[in-house]
Design a protein around this ligand. Structure first.
Ligand code: GMT
Length: 380
């Protein structure tokens, strides 16, 4: 198949999923065309079977807000025509599904079919999409899509509840490449690699996100402050975003700044995750929780909140520990209970990796997308 993919190319779970999907599809022999305003950050630019088409957005003194969605629609139609695309797959509804709808209509006037699949990722439904300025058009574009997928049952239910969507929605979960996201099995190598982040007797707690308020990064620091009172530890925060300075300030205020390391945006997270003992994901909401899945695949259990689609990924007490939003004491106690019980930690590490391999491995999930594309194409 020749597949066009549109996503937010910067750091964020929906862009990561879209990019990894493109890479996996290309590896299966499909031709993949990314269409976005900049190259998705996980693409090297030299990946076989993958092409990147930039969307130029020109400004004009009249435009207070340059209309990216229109430029994207034009580019989608062009790329589809010139490369004979079979379908478009857009990630995050706003504004991508609206642009795809326009591109489909433009090509239809020339008797060319361009079906599109919309994948809903989270705040496009639970937050931004609920804004009255976006809700009616988002609902329309979802309803008019040739196929719609959601990353969890939770998000599917919310889409139906909030948007009154009546069309079919397929649940295709987030996935992880279990050959890339792997634990370091050679213990000597793991000990050596951890030295760049901590001394041998110290635990490593990690957080990975885009530091938006929904991620509650300040809670990460609060939890760590309680943990480090009891056991020697270091906190490593990967990513960047609006709440970074609040988290930095708190680390200084609590006097633990020497143990809290902000690494900023990192491209090779699969090399960092296996170095951690615990992943902290105290989010206000997660429709799935990709960071926890990537950690699980590396045998790193998560201390997380029991919100949204997280319980569909983490089996509380088996592959991680779940708490209420803001329960800093509970999360700290949970982290300490794992760090001080090697046998429980070991069992959880193994169970997490097994779950990632059995239920969320790219080799299982990506074919679900391919089958769905085939259904959408056949329905036309
Ligand atoms: O909805 C968002 O916040 C955007 C999106 C992103 O680009 O970061 O995150 C969502 O998509 C991820 C990938 O499908 C999921 O793993 C995240 O749980 C989800 N975030 C939220 O629901 C807050």
């Amino acid at each position: 198949m020749r597949i066009g993919i549109t996503c937010y190319p910067t750091y964020g779970g929906s862009g990561v999923v879209a990019t990894e999907l493109g890479i996996e599809l290309a590896a299966l022999g499909h031709e993949v065309h990314f269409i976005s305003y900049s190259q998705p950050f996980r693409l090297s630019g030299r990946d076989e079977g993958i092409h990147y088409h930039e969307v130029p957005v020109s400004s004009y003194p009249l435009f207070e807000f340059p209309p990216y969605d229109l430029a994207l629609a034009s580019r989608m139609a062009e790329v589809a025509e010139y490369n004979d695309l079979d379908l478009l797959h857009v990630h995050y509804a706003i504004p991508h599904s609206v642009s795809a709808l326009l591109a489909r209509q433009m090509l239809a006037t020339r008797n060319r079919r361009l079906p599109f699949v919309t994948t809903l990722h989270g705040t496009d439904i639970t937050l931004v999409g609920l804004d009255r300025s976006y809700l009616p058009i988002t609902k329309y574009a979802i309803q008019e899509s040739d196929g719609v997928t959601c990353i969890s049952n939770y998000l599917k239910e919310k889409t139906i509840e909030h948007f009154g969507v009546t069309r079919g929605i397929e649940v295709v979960t987030n996935f992880v490449n279990c050959d890339v996201y792997t634990p370091i099995t050679d213990e000597a190598k793991r000990i050596e690699a951890r030295k760049r982040l901590a001394s041998p007797n110290e635990a490593i707690l990690m957080h990975l996100s885009n530091f938006r308020p929904v991620k509650r990064v300040v809670d990460v620091v609060k939890v760590f402050a309680k943990v480090v009172r009891e056991v020697p530890a270091q906190l490593v925060l990967v990513g960047d975003g609006p709440d970074r300075s609040a988290a930095e300030w708190l680390a200084h205020d609590l006097g633990i700044q020497n143990r809290v390391h902000f690494l900023g945006k990192q491209e090779r997270v699969h090399e960092l995750l296996p170095l951690a003992d615990i992943m902290l994901m105290p989010s206000e909401l997660e429709s799935f929780g990709l960071a926890a899945l990537e950690a699980m695949a590396c045998k790193v259990p998560s201390i997380a909140t029991c919100v949204g689609g997280v319980p569909e990924l983490i089996d509380d007490g088996e592959t991680g520990l779940l708490y209420s939003v803001g329960d800093v004491d509970g999360m700290a106690a949970g982290a300490l209970s794992l760090l001080t019980d090697k046998s429980r930690m070991g069992t959880m590490r193994e169970a997490g990796r097994k779950t990632a391999q059995k239920r969320f491995c790219a080799s299982l999930v990506v074919p679900q997308y391919v089958r769905y594309y085939e259904e959408v194409l056949a329905a036309g």
